[in-house]
Design a protein around this ligand. Sequence first.
Ligand SMILES: [Zn+2]
Length: 390
Amino acid sequence: MQELLLLLLPVAAASGWLAAKRSDRSQKSVVSEKEQNPAYFKGLNYLLNEQPDKAIDIFVQMLDIDNETMETHLALGNLFRRRGEVERAIRIHQNLVARPTLDRSQRAQALLELGQDYMRAGLFDRAENLLIELLEIKQHEPQALQNLRIIYQQEKDWTKCLDVLSKLEAITGEMLGAERAHYYCELAVMARKKHDYVQAEQLLKKAQKSDSDCVRAALVQGKVEAAQENNVAAINSFKRVVQQDPAFISEILPFLIQCYLKLNKRNELIVYLQQLYQQQKSIAVMLSLSDFLQEDEGNQAAVELVIDYLHKYSSLDGVHKLIDLSCKSTQDALADTFLILHEQLAMLLKKRAAYQCKQCGLEVKTLHWQCPGCKSWDSIKPIQDLSLSE
Ligand SMILES: [Zn+2]
């Protein structure tokens, strides 16, 4: 409250000063301000009685809107929005927009601010109308487009996102290929869910054309091929993901293994995994290899692989696997201990965040292509449960 009073006092002073200035202009004789402007004192009274809502209304109504006071209104409105007091910001900016005395650029500025207030309040329809109006009158176009993009992303209207992106690129000259690729991927995922694989593949081609490094496009492509039992093509797509960003190996591995097994190419798969393990030392690849080793050569061979890994790298998943294998090979009283350790560790691992945003550091349990925190695209990656101790 103290802070708000400090903020409102200059507004009150400005209102009083303007009122005095008006009375000087209109009348030669000096008339007391109180007689001329009872509203000013009423407002001041509200302020002192800690009723800032009523005080704001009075002071804002008292301020004539001209070049000098327009800035005061905007500053006050912005301050309220930043403080999260959106309703107050809306009231101030609505009051500005309603004034017929504003010139074209002042009105446009007020529209932009009001649009941002509505966005902050979650009133996207109202914000969208104002921002479209700004585009129509060709004022503040880059900001209007940026804000429209945020709204359409929020509403998951990816076709409108693509349209806004093209306009934004044309106006700013900035190429936004990575974002464009994600919008196409979003549409492709929707088509895949409807089993419209032809449409999905067309959209994925556009995604890859927009951003040749788009990991997501290759990943979705693999899933679309796999859904159609095109296992060879699916394997190629999943391998492309690995080449583009090895951090995503854990994302494609279960699908890749399934495709190889459907083609009855188990040995070929193991050779590929061994090659990959040599290159990346990925925990996910090691765990898959240990499963095959266990099937082919028994528990001890798998235990040796896991222990070898844990001698070089720290990994909770590796420890979990070792306990799992130990449960199966231990017959004595230790078996119960291993079982409890295994269950407890499984619960801990379940609670762990598996992904982290490289931009804002947010940790999440599932993969998001757009960070729910900072809204960056492509910034969230699987957390590598790996620390070199060699
Ligand atoms: Zn983030």
